[in-house]
Design a protein around this ligand. Structure first.
Ligand SMILES: [Ca+2]
Length: 421
């Protein structure tokens, strides 16, 4: 049913398009079977998935605080944000830390960043499987999670977390951010694109990313997906002109990536019109980061071209006040020299904190059947502990239940599918 694209890719793809194979070999491995290329991969920008602590600039300033480097300092800052009227309106109407009901399963306002501080490489419920002490295991059943949960539990008991978080999903949290009751949350890489752009556009408030605060005595770990998985673009085997797909990729490459034309960049990339096309290159932003960081150090973007040059212009424009639109703020938060991309690529990677999910294309049947239930078990057990419905030690029973409900079978099957090298 699926067209073999090997020959048309070789014959028609521009060198620049072919170079993705060298830059993202794992992504191409995921679409290659028996040496034949059956799809063009959406090259996963995996560092997008690492967590950061996002904080409003004005609240830090108003409380005379600095960004927390430890979990203890984070809790102390949450205390200030709750009790010290950070918005200066004379009312007690702010929370310390934004959390939503999908406690370990969402991007915005989960506690994955807090778990990471204690060495749990979390990344939503379907991840992360990794090898520990020689065996494949699942991130959220690690003993160290108790230490992170104890922190969240204490914060909840002290009133630093909105008690209604158990009925608030990420979309409601976005409203709380926009209305100014939340100034600190764990979130992923794209916070300045969404949702912190909302309060930037309405109130000129800048919220920026910081490395996750660390816990003393623990090595922090952040989980990312395996690059072999993700969306892919395929062509029907009955398609008469599969080379047209490659030509579209070429056009995309010339218009958006290789071109230094700012209008094209805004139209197709910033305004995301590329998504209207049935096939596109999912611009992996980490590709441009090294050149960009070098240009920041030199203080000149003259040697940059294409997308990287556009990024540079936006970042510098935002910093000197000449570019104030949402695109400039969005790009700046990700790409400036202490933006989320720099934190992920420099801090997290240099600290050996990145843990890649072992689970990729071969998914155990038992996991396909049960991952919804097993994921809900994580959220439920964690939430019960945080709100005080159950004691901290109920975590041990949760682990037993999780393993009995298909978790152990999944781990056994994973050992067979992904044998140790
Ligand atoms: Ca207030």
């Amino acid at each position: 049913m699926i067209a073999n694209l090997t020959d048309v890719f070789e014959a028609y793809a521009l060198d620049g398009v072919k170079e993705y194979r060298e830059k993202f070999p794992e992504s191409f491995e995921g679409v290659t079977f028996d040496g034949k290329m059956y799809a063009f991969p959406y090259m996963n920008d995996n560092f997008h998935q690492t967590p950061f602590l996002w904080i409003r600039d004005d609240w830090l300033e108003n409380t005379g605080s600095k960004a927390p480097e430890t979990v203890e300092e984070m809790v102390e800052l949450a205390r200030m944000f709750k009790n010290s009227d950070p918005d200066g309106n004379g009312r007690s109407d702010t929370w310390g830390l934004g959390v939503n009901k999908n406690i370990a399963a969402s991007d915005l306002g989960s506690i994955t960043g807090l778990l990471s501080a204690y060495g749990i490489p979390g990344r939503q419920n379907n991840a992360i499987f990794y090898r520990r002490n020689g065996k494949i295991t699942f991130a959220y059943i690690q003993e160290e999670a108790k230490a992170a949960l104890a922190v969240a539990r204490d914060m909840y008991a002290e009133g630093l977390i909105d008690p209604e978080f158990t009925v608030k999903d990420a979309s409601i949290l976005e409203q709380d951010i926009a209305s100014g009751s939340l100034g600190m949350l764990y979130h992923m890489n794209w916070g300045t694109w969404y949702p912190f752009n909302l309060i930037y556009e309405s109130d000129d408030v800048i919220t920026r990313p910081y490395p996750i605060p660390k816990a003393e005595g623990y090595e922090y770990k952040v989980g990312i997906e395996d690059s072999r998985t993700g969306d892919v673009f395929m062509v029907s085997s009955s398609c008469k002109n599969p080379e047209a797909v490659i030509k579209i990729l070429n056009l995309y490459y010339n218009t958006v990536e290789a071109s230094s034309d700012a209008d094209s960049f805004i139209t197709y990339w910033s305004d995301e019109q590329y998504r209207l096309c049935p096939i596109y290159v999912g611009i992996p932003t980490e590709l441009y980061a090294p050149d960009l960081f070098e240009a920041f150090e030199k203080g000149s973007g003259d040697e940059l071209s294409g997308t990287a040059k556009s990024y540079y212009g936006y970042v510098k424009g935002f910093e000197d006040g000449s570019a104030t639109d949402a695109n400039a703020y969005g790009t700046w938060g990700q790409m400036f020299d202490r933006g989320s991309m720099a934190i992920a690529l420099k801090d997290y990677r240099n600290d050996n904190a990145i843990v890649s999910n072992i689970l990729s294309n071969d998914i155990p049947e038992i996991w396909l059947q049960n991952n919804g239930t097993l994921g809900t078990m994580v959220d439920t057990a964690y939430t019960d502990i945080i709100v005080g419905n159950k004691p901290l030690d109920s975590f041990d029973q949760f682990v037993k239940d999780w393993l009995a409900a298909g978790g152990q079978q999944t781990l056994d099957e994973m050992e067979r599918l992904y044998p140790a090298e």
